[in-house]
Design a protein around this ligand. Sequence first.
Ligand SMILES: [Zn+2]
Length: 68
Amino acid sequence: MMGGNYLLDVMRLIGSGRLEPGKTYRVDVYHDDWCAVYRHLPCDCHPDVCLVPAEDAKAPAEGTGAGE
Ligand SMILES: [Zn+2]
């Protein structure tokens, strides 16, 4: 059971229709401090999962309408 429960969150984000084809995204997963993933065990916390467009890292102020 490697990967942990956050994979469901990743799949939900991908399926939410907010991704644009041809773009590169980075998945940031923020685990809780006590999460087993830091002991080389499957994740057992409920981490925050963020999809970050790779372009944002290069050009953050492009105004792509990333707001809510
Ligand atoms: Zn975790």
